[in-house]
Design a protein around this ligand. Structure first.
Ligand code: MLT
Length: 309
C-alpha cells in the first residue's frame, strides 16, 4: 500500500505505545497520561505495551524495528535516547537516526530518595552515612542505561561511594522494594516518587535541580543541601520508527501537542512534579536537538563516572 493510501483515514485501529519499562513507573505513568489525551484527539485508543529489559533498550529496539505506519510508537527517555549509546557499544539503534521524533512529553527532575527508616535526618547526614557505610548499601535502579542507573552512577561518582546496584525492570517495582525497606536508596524521576514522599512511605533527601519543585516544596535542592556538583534532570519523549508517512507524522505531532495544551493533562503531569515543555521545547525539531545534545552530554559523563555494561 502506498504511503498516501496508508495515511488516509489514519488511524483506523488502536495504536501501540511501547513503554520500555515495567508498569507503574515514571515512563509508564507519563505514557498513560499523555496517551489518554492523544487517544481522544486521534479517535483511536493509544494502548500502552510494557516491553521491559536491558535498561529500556529491549523495548526501544522493538519499536525501532516496527513498521513505520503510525501504529507503533514508543515512550523513550533520557536513558534510552541519551545514556544508552555510551553503555551499549553494539546498540541496535541510533537515538538520533533510527526514529522520527514526535515530541517531548515532560521533563522529570531527579530526586534522591531512601527507605523511610534510613538512619539520617537530612541530606548531609545521608551523605556522611553513605560514605561510611557504602559497601552495605543497596541502590535500586532500572537496568544499565536507564535514568536511575545513569543518574545513580553519576551520583556515586560525585559523592565517592560504591554501593551495590540492584537492577529492576523499572523503578515502579523498585519503589515497592524501597517502600518495604528491601533496598536503601535510589535516584529516581520525580513523577514516580512524589506521592510516596508526600505520604511518608519513603524519604526524599534532595532534588537535583537548581530550583525546588512546586510538587515537593519542602525538599531542598542538592545545592542548598551541600552537593552543588550534582544537578541532573531527565525527560520522557514520544518517538516513532523512522520513515513515517508525512501525514501520519503530522497527526501524531498534533495529538501530542494537543495533549500538552490540555489543562487537565498538564495538571496531571505537574501535580506529579513533571515539567511540561513550553512551545519552543515541543515538537520534532526540539526533540531531535535534545537527543543529539543528550547523547553528546552523557557519553563523557558516564565514561568519566566509570559506568559500563
Ligand atoms: C528509569 O530509571 O529509567 C525509569 O525510572 C524507568 C521506569 O520508567 O521505570
Amino acid at each position: 500500500m502506498s504511503a498516501g493510501a496508508l495515511a488516509q483515514g489514519y488511524p483506523t485501529r488502536p495504536i501501540t505505545m511501547i513503554v520500555p519499562f515495567a508498569a507503574g513507573g515514571p515512563t509508564d505513568v507519563i505514557a498513560r497520561i499523555v496517551g489518554d489525551h492523544m487517544s481522544r484527539t486521534l479517535g483511536q485508543q493509544v494502548v500502552v505495551e510494557n516491553v521491559a529489559g536491558a535498561g529500556g533498550t529491549t523495548g526501544i529496539i522493538r519499536g525501532a524495528q516496527a513498521a513505520p505506519d503510525g501504529y507503533t510508537i514508543m515512550m523513550g527517555h533520557m536513558g534510552t535516547h541519551g545514556a544508552a549509546p555510551a553503555l551499549y557499544p553494539g546498540l541496535k539503534y541510533d537515538p538520533a537516526k533510527s526514529f522520527d521524533p514526535i515530541g517531548l512529553a515532560a521533563g522529570t527532575p531527579i530526586v534522591i530518595v531512601a527507605r523511610k527508616d534510613f538512619p539520617a535526618a537530612d541530606f548531609k547526614g545521608f551523605l556522611d552515612y553513605a560514605k561510611q557505610n557504602d559497601s552495605k548499601l543497596n541502590q535500586a535502579q532500572a537496568g544499565v542505561g536507564s535514568v536511575s542507573h545513569s543518574t545513580g552512577v553519576l551520583f556515586n561518582s560525585v559523592v565517592g561511594i560504591k554501593p551495590t546496584l540492584v537492577a529492576y525492570r523499572g523503578t515502579g517495582p523498585a519503589l515497592n522494594d524501597l517502600m518495604s525497606g528491601q533496598v536503601d536508596f535510589m535516584t529516581d524521576q520525580i513523577v514516580n516518587v512524589a506521592p510516596q514522599i508526600s505520604g511518608g512511605t519513603i524519604k526524599a533527601y534532595a532534588i537535583a535541580t537548581p530550583e525546588r519543585s512546586p510538587a515537593l516544596p519542602d525538599v531542598p535542592t542538592t545545592k542548598e543541601a551541600g552537593l552543588p556538583g550534582y544537578e541532573v534532570s531527565a525527560w520522557n519523549a514520544v518517538f516513532a520508527p523512522k520513515g513515517l508517512p508525512k501525514d501520519i507524522n503530522a497527526k501524531l505531532v498534533e495529538a501530542l501537542r494537543a495533549a500538552l495544551a490540555d489543562s487537565t493533562t498538564r495538571k496531571r503531569l505537574v501535580d506529579l512534579g513533571g515539567v511540561v515543555p513550553d512551545a519552543s521545547g515541543q515538537g520534532p525539531e526540539a526533540l531531535q536537538k535534545l537527543v543529539e545534545s543528550e547523547v553528546a552530554r552523557w557519553t563523557p559523563v558516564l565514561k568519566g563516572a566509570g559506568a559500563g555494561n
